[in-house]
Design a protein around this ligand. Sequence first.
Ligand code: IMP
Ligand code: MG
Length: 178
Amino acid sequence: MKSSAADTTPQLLIGEKEIAQRIEEMARQIAADLGESFVMVIVLKGAFVFGADLLRALGRARAQPRVEFLGLSSYGLERRTSGDVVPWTPIPIVKGERVLVVEDILDSGLTVTYAMEMLRQAGALDVKLCALLDKPAGRRTPVNGDYVGFSIPPRFIVGYGIDWAERWRELPNIAAVD
Ligand code: IMP
Ligand code: MG
């Protein structure tokens, strides 16, 4: 692992085309399961690029979800989760709704477990989980994605909206920096 986010060269793991194809498949499955109307809750900031592409793929699959955002931090500038999840946006209004949580990476599972519990407490009928990447080896709490793009080894990822200390979100593909 390089010492700083600035002086590293990310190594390509998953290319743009492969990401796009997988998102189309996931969207078709989500639309088949959840139907036309549900609420997508995109977890900020890491999932904003994935969420935007997933939304348009859902449109092509004839789903028209409402879109909400939930800002959660657990890393600060570190590369390991602190375990304390801190919301920095209001909780979306989801009472009586079917909800799809959209996350970039599932690692320890602490962030999404917190998000899903918060949304259930806010009165969601049903909360499903969609994650672009899954690092099952990192789990500290039992949680499974209902829709997972790619299962990957426990490496540190950047690109496609995902950062290391706020850097590298602009990469169009998924890369590793370790
Ligand atoms: P968890 O709470 O440990 O499951 O971590 C989930 C959150 O940590 C994700 O929303 C990501 O923002 C962040 N995260 C986990 N792994 C990585 C990584 O490899 N690169 C960048 N962020 C990560
Ligand atoms: Mg995140």
